[in-house]
Structure formats: structure tokens, C-alpha cells
Design a protein around this ligand. Structure first.
Ligand SMILES: Nc1ncnc2c1ncn2[C@@H]1O[C@H](COP(=O)(O)OP(=O)(O)OP(=O)(O)O)[C@@H](O)[C@H]1O
Length: 595
């Protein structure tokens, strides 16, 4: 065979160089054209010009379409951008998840779905059943929980749907630069045809209304945190709870009402005007102090429920929280809300402003008198620098956020502490803390009130036609607010229940005299109990904990009370002795009294 003979590598009229160039531009061209030639006797190169023209035309048309689409969007489409850190995002997702059967996304009948769980529903499950035994109730609840309703929301990409006879487009996407599972990078675009965005505003308003209505009778709690490491701090809705009645917080009536009256006065529109006219920053701060378990948080939560305010919780102990994050969190607060900073004494912002930052210790480090008395200046700036270096909040940083030039207005700030004596005078000065409320160990009257609150049946306990559980020994539960009307209602409930449940409920039938005598019996038992428990020695949480162990049997609670007092005392002594014997590691045990 002639070694110079070349095997044809091209097909048709194209030269080898042309084919090589085409191969670069269209990988596989040589191979495909050879195959076509060999098997179909089809010469691609003869149509090359047509093909190239088509490709160029296609690319140009594509480019033109994109440009046209962009211009169309710019001039004929209204668009709303909603980011994850915007509360509207949650409104929209909630609204979408509740769309009815004919909707694009959902066949859900999730209208009744309560993401936070609904105590009333569970109550219904219990009462509504023919058999009111715990076992059957529990079987129903666990079965229901297994088939928890699903929430359908749109996946990533574009979705089209009709709203009020208008076609809308919803686009869900993750932003570039983030890990796909970091939801914080998410955003939603909502678009409609035309320059008028009214339909979008209406949709968002409807979504907001649905979302807010869900929380209508609840206290919504937000927490300042990060979605993931490396993200910035933001307020995240963590739960919505039924409000705690103020009457259930045991505290001196005068103190309780002073506190509430002060908040109401502050929230009054004339007060805001008054502040503004006089150039006084419109802010109010409260300090609740006392041993742990004495009701500080409970009072705050009850006040938020009573006034219908949202509660914003922030943990100053977080080492990831720096001063920039703190100030941005405060700047995002709504106009009216309660911000709760718990255990401020353990957040490294005590009198130790010149000492360590909280990232290294939460303990209090004594400093010179001058430092602790002075509210700002050099010491604070040193502390601020420390904080900057190591992360965490310094006292000066906190003071700036509370009432610096750029501090937010309108919010109610409540700080709680177990060690008021450790707090710097600068933090406690009027303007930062305008009212202080001391919480202490229970008095005799408090003990009686606690006892009654545990063993008396409240109006809400006998809701939905439930009869008060009255035991044959008379140690039964009884309504706290007995009135002729409520008795009539209750009796009605009993009769109704009697028809349904016969024997068991018949035993519970009672009359006005029975209820009144039971009430006085609980009152007598409360006095008996208070006589055994020394006043000024135990916290409400401790006594409540003990009573809860005997919540159906007040007599047993009284019987075991003196033994409980002794055991609790011994435990405390042992803990104290242990604490004194062992040198505590730095920071440990801070923020807790010997309770
Ligand atoms: N004064 C009180 N009235 C009613 N319940 C109380 C009272 N004090 C404590 N409790 C009960 O004790 C528990 C703890 O109360 P709470 O969290 O309000 O105490 P705290 O003073 O905020 O404690 P800490 O300082 O540890 O945060 C709650 O279940 C609450 O119901």
C-alpha cells in the first residue's frame, strides 16, 4: 500500500482545513457528517450555508426575544420583590398554603391548620368524643398527629395563577452566592401585567390579613437570632401562644397595676405627642429584678398578652451577637412592641465594663469605683473595643442601642435580672430604666393565692360545657369567679353533659350552695397550707412545682407540705455548701440566686 496515500477525512467540497475549523466550532461535525455520508449518502457540507444562516438567525431571534421580554417586563409588568427576612415573605407563604382546592399549588384543606398547635382543638378532641377517657382521647390525638396536614408551597421557578381574574406570576428563587439549603438566600417575585400594581398590593394585604388573623388572640413571640452561622441577625417568629391572664401572676396588686398603668400611659397617643413636643426621646424602660422563679418573665408575657403587643426576645449572652447586629435588630423593631432582655446581669455587661468581653466569660469582674460609677467615657470605649475584637455585647454598646442618638423609639424595653446589685448605674439611670419592680419570695398572701389558683377551677377550665370536677371528698375544683350567671351556665352544661355521659357526670352535678361551700373550703385549705409554708423563704416557682405534683389532691399537698419544706431546705443547704467548697469555674452559676 502506498504510504503517501491519504484517507479522505472530509466529505463534499470542503477542504480538510475547513472541516477542522468546523470541528472546532461544532464539535462532532466531522464524525456526524461522515456517518451521514456513509449511511444516507447525505452531504451536509452542501447545506452548510443554509445551516449557518439558520443558526445565526436563531441566535439573533433568541437575543431579540430576550431583549423584547426584558423591555416588556420593564414597561408593561409590575413586580414586587419579597425577601425572606421580610415578614411579608411569611404572609405570602402562609396565604399560598391556605389556597383552596381549585388553586394552582394546593389541594389542601389546611384552613384549620395551626402551625403552632391549637390547645382548643385538642380540648375539642377530648370533649367532642363520646368516650371522654384519656386513652381514647390520646389514641385520637396520636392518629391525627400522624396524618398532620401538609402545607403545599410553590417550588423554585416560575408559577402562573389567577387572582381576582388577573393572571399573576410568582417566581421563587435562591440568591446566588449562598448554599442552596440556606433559606435566607431566598426571595419571591410577584408580577402582574400592566403598570398598575394594585392587584399585587391587594394580594399582599389579603395575605397579611390571613396571617394576622391567625394570631388574633395570641401573643406572638419573636426571637433575635441567625438562621445559620455566618448569616446576619434578624427577628424570627418563634411561636404564638395564648395570652397569660394577668391575674395568674402573683405580685403585689399595687405594683402590678402601677406597672400596667405606666405602660398604658406611655402607649397613649397624647404621651407620644408630649414627648415629641418637648424633644424627649419617646422610649420607656423597665427593670424587673429578683430571685429566679419569682414571676418576672410571667409578668412580661402577661402584659404583652393584655396589651396585644408582640414580644421580642433577645439573648445578650450570645457571643455571635455584636454591636452592629444589636443595633440593626433594634432598628427593625416595629413601632409598638415589648423587647425583653432576660438576665442582663449575666451578659457580660455588668460593672465589669473594662474587663473581659462576654465571649470569654459571663462572670462579673470587679473594677475600680470610678469605672462603675461613671456611665460612659473612656472605660466604656475600652470595653467597646474589647467587644469588637472578640464579639459579644459591651455595656457601652447596649447603652447606645437603648438610648443613643440612633436608638429606636416607641418600643417598651423590659430587662430582667437576678442580681440588680451587679448592674452598672449607667444602665439603671432614668431614661434607660424608668421603673423598677422588685420580685421576692412568697408572702403568706401569695402562698394562699397560689394554692387557690391551682385548686380552683377557672372559667376557662369549664368552657365548652364542661362541668367542674367535683370529687366526693369535696376537694374538688371550683370556679374562681362564681356569679349567678356563671352558675346557671355551668349547671346548663352539667345537665347537657349528664344526658350524654350519664353516670359519671351525674356525680358531678352540683348547685350554687355546693359551689359556694367548696369555694370557702378551698380558701380554708389555702390558709392551712400557708400556715405550714414559711413566708419569705420560697419562690412562687418552687411552691407551684410542689403543688403541681398534687394537683388533684389539695389535702395531700397540705399533708406533705412540712416534709417538703424540710427537704427543700436541706437541698438548698447542701447546694450552698457544695458551692462554697468547690471553687466555681469562671462564669458558672452566674445569674442564679440561691433559690
Ligand atoms: N409570681 C408568680 N406568679 C405566678 N406564677 C409564678 C410566679 N413566679 C413564678 N411563677 C411560675 O414559675 C415559673 C417560672 O416563672 P418565671 O419564668 O416568670 O420566673 P422568672 O422570675 O422570670 O425566673 P428567671 O429569673 O429564672 O427567668 C412559671 O411557670 C410561673 O408560672
Amino acid at each position: 500500500m502506498d504510504s503517501n496515500q491519504t484517507i479522505p477525512t472530509t466529505t463534499g467540497p470542503l477542504s480538510t482545513t475547513d472541516t477542522a475549523m468546523l470541528e472546532v466550532l461544532v464539535p462532532g461535525y466531522g464524525f456526524v457528517s461522515r456517518i451521514l455520508m456513509s449511511y444516507l449518502n447525505f452531504d451536509v457540507s452542501a447545506y452548510l450555508q443554509v445551516l449557518v444562516s439558520l443558526a445565526v438567525f436563531g441566535a439573533t431571534a433568541r437575543y431579540a426575544l430576550f431583549a423584547l421580554w426584558a423591555h416588556f417586563n420593564e414597561f408593561f409588568v409590575s413586580r414586587a420583590e419579597i425577601r425572606l427576612d421580610d415578614e411579608t415573605f411569611h404572609y405570602l407563604m402562609f396565604w399560598i398554603s391556605r389556597i383552596k382546592t381549585n388553586s394552582y399549588w394546593s389541594d389542601s384543606d389546611s384552613d384549620d391548620e395551626d402551625l403552632d398547635g391549637d390547645e382548643d382543638d385538642e380540648d375539642e378532641t377530648f370533649n367532642g368524643g363520646k368516650d371522654a377517657s384519656f386513652d381514647s382521647y390520646w389514641a385520637r390525638v396520636t392518629t391525627r398527629d400522624k396524618y398532620k396536614k401538609m402545607q403545599f408551597t410553590p417550588s423554585e421557578g416560575c408559577h402562573y395563577f389567577w387572582y381576582k381574574n388577573r393572571p399573576l406570576m410568582l417566581e421563587r428563587e435562591h440568591r446566588d452566592g449562598g448554599m442552596w439549603y440556606v433559606m435566607n438566600n431566598e426571595r419571591i417575585f410577584l408580577s402582574c401585567l400592566g403598570r398598575n400594581p394594585t392587584v399585587l398590593k391587594e394580594l399582599l394585604a389579603e395575605a397579611q390579613q390571613a396571617y394576622v388573623e391567625r394570631d388574633s388572640n395570641r401573643t406572638v413571640i419573636y426571637r433575635g437570632s441567625r438562621f445559620a452561622a455566618g448569616q446576619s441577625f434578624a427577628w424570627y417568629r418563634c411561636m404564638a401562644r395564648l395570652p397569660r391572664p394577668l391575674s395568674t401572676v402573683i405580685l403585689d396588686q399595687e405594683q402590678k397595676h402601677d406597672f400596667l398603668d405606666d405602660i398604658k400611659e406611655y402607649l397613649h397617643p397624647r404621651t407620644r405627642r408630649w414627648y415629641t413636643n418637648r424633644g424627649i426621646p419617646y422610649r420607656r424602660g423597665y427593670l424587673l429584678y429578683g430571685p429566679p422563679g419569682t414571676g418576672k418573665t410571667s409578668l412580661c408575657f402577661a402584659a404583652a398578652g393584655l396589651l396585644g403587643l408582640k414580644l421580642y426576645l433577645l439573648d445578650l449572652n450570645s457571643t455571635a451577637l455584636d454591636e452592629d447586629s444589636l443595633s440593626s435588630l433594634f432598628s427593625e423593631l416595629p413601632r409598638r412592641c415589648i423587647v425583653l432582655l432576660e438576665d442582663v446581669d449575666s451578659a457580660g455587661i455588668t460593672k465589669s465594663r473594662t474587663a473581659k468581653s462576654p465571649s470569654t466569660s459571663t462572670s462579673d469582674t470587679p473594677t475600680s469605683d470610678a469605672t462603675s460609677k461613671d456611665g460612659s467615657a473612656a472605660a466604656a470605649s475600652t470595653a467597646a473595643k474589647e467587644g469588637d475584637k472578640k464579639g459579644g455585647i459591651t455595656l457601652s454598646g447596649l447603652l447606645n442601642v437603648i438610648d443613643g442618638v440612633a436608638a429606636s423609639e416607641g418600643r417598651i424595653l423590659i430587662m430582667t435580672t437576678n442580681h440588680v446589685e451587679k448592674l452598672d448605674a449607667a444602665l439603671l439611670r432614668p431614661g434607660r430604666v424608668d421603673m423598677k419592680i422588685a420580685f421576692g419570695y412568697t408572702s403568706e398572701a401569695d402562698i394562699k393565692e397560689l394554692f387557690t389558683s391551682i385548686y380552683a377551677t377557672m372559667d376557662t377550665d369549664i368552657a365548652r360545657n364542661r362541668a367542674p370536677a367535683i370529687h366526693s371528698n369535696g376537694s374538688a375544683r371550683l370556679p374562681t369567679n362564681i356569679s349567678a350567671g356563671s352558675i346557671a351556665k355551668t349547671e346548663g352544661g352539667i345537665i347537657q353533659n349528664s344526658e350524654e355521659n350519664n353516670g359519671e357526670v351525674k356525680k358531678e352535678k352540683t348547685n350554687l350552695q355546693d359551689l359556694v361551700s367548696l369555694r370557702s373550703r378551698i380558701s380554708d385549705l389555702a390558709s392551712e397550707f400557708a400556715a405550714v409554708i414559711p413566708s419569705g423563704e420560697f419562690t412562687a416557682a418552687e411552691i407551684q412545682g410542689y403543688l403541681l405534683n398534687n394537683k388533684e389532691t389539695p389535702e395531700l399537698a397540705i399533708k406533705g407540705a412540712s416534709e417538703w419544706v424540710q427537704t427543700t431546705r436541706d437541698k438548698k443547704r447542701a447546694m450552698d455548701a457544695e458551692g462554697e467548697a468547690e471553687p466555681k469555674p469562671e462564669g458558672e452559676g452566674e445569674g442564679r440566686d440561691k433559690a
